[in-house]
Design a protein around this ligand. Structure first.
Ligand SMILES: NC(=O)c1ccc[n+]([C@@H]2O[C@H](COP(=O)([O-])OP(=O)(O)OC[C@H]3O[C@@H](n4cnc5c(N)ncnc54)[C@H](O)[C@@H]3O)[C@@H](O)[C@H]2O)c1
Length: 253
């Protein structure tokens, strides 16, 4: 695969200022894409865009807020006037089984992981269809594929957004829109959120259980996910649609 296989493509990466999103933004940029880092963390996002320089910019976006998406799309319409790749990456969740999780926490998890993907796909749909077609990549999780009661809300949200992504793919097929939609399911990846969760109260036992069940699996890097996303964003993946790409070092075995 050529190293510049994304040149002339415009990409939005939500949650692109840090963690997996930063890894994705850097990888797409390195392949020649013009990258818009869309995040609520203005300082970090601006700093990353400044470091990358030409072909990178920051846009303030709260993925849970419809008006924030509308603003971003209006900006994109005026410049650069196109969108080829949308990576709905911003997401996350905390602990909580059925007894522990409150309705407020549940709604927050749904907003961050499900509303975000719905709003992003809907807002960007017309722009993605406008030129030669596009690629939506939604960052799910292995928690969409395997139940983990301590992450009940997060598992539910990631499973929901995974199925929604397939519906989006089929919608674009039915309307001949030439927009593909796939999900990426990372296993444990070293990021600020992963470090926060691992340091939280009660996490030690969870990590020990995870290690016991996955003795051969190492913790992945943000670049591991960036590479998968770069492939799905490229023309080389033109026949890959509505699929779940597990990048988890064998965690689901
Ligand atoms: N780290 C892991 O082990 C892991 C595993 C599987 C899936 N994931 C998924 O990968 C994605 C990224 O996870 P991460 O670990 O890098 O998270 P992180 O918390 O380390 O980084 C998330 C980024 O999203 C931004 N963000 C948070 N809320 C936002 C909002 N409302 N609007 C816009 N931006 C927002 C943050 O500012 C940050 O830059 C998430 O969807 C997560 O569920 C992570």
């Amino acid at each position: 695969m050529s190293n510049n296989n994304l040149s002339n493509k415009v990409a939005v990466v939500t949650g692109g200022a840090d963690g997996i999103g930063e890894g994705i933004a850097r990888t797409l940029w390195a392949r020649g894409a013009r990258v818009i880092i869309a995040d609520i963390q203005e300082e970090k996002g601006e700093a990353l865009a400044g470091e990358l320089g030409v072909n990178a910019s920051f846009a303030l976006l709260d993925v849970t807020d419809p008006s924030s998406w509308e603003r971003l799309v209006t900006e994109l319409e005026s410049s650069p006037g196109r969108l080829d790749i949308l990576v709905n990456n911003a997401g996350g969740g905390g602990f909580g089984n059925l007894d522990q999780l409150t309705i407020e926490e549940w709604r927050k998890i749904m907003a961050l992981n499900m509303d975000s993907v719905f709003l992003g796909c809907k807002a960007a749909s017309a722009l993605l269809q406008a030129d030669a077609g596009g690629s939506i990549i939604n960052i799910s999780s292995t928690n969409a594929n395997r139940a983990w009661p301590m992450f009940s809300g997060y598992c539910a949200a990631k499973a929901g957004m995974t199925m929604f992504s397939k519906c989006v793919a089929q919608h674009f097929l039915e309307t001949n829109a030439k927009v593909r939609c796939n999900t990426v399911h990372p296993g444990p990846i070293e990021t600020p959120n992963f470090r926060r969760l691992s340091a939280a109260e009660g996490a030690e036992q969870l990590m020990a259980d995870w290690q016991k069940n996955n003795p051969f699996t190492e913790i992945g890097t943000v670049e591991d996910i960036g590479e998968v996303v770069a492939f799905l964003a490229s023309n080389e993946a033109r026949y890959v649609n509505a699929s779940e790409f597990v990048a988890a070092g064998g965690t689901l075995l």
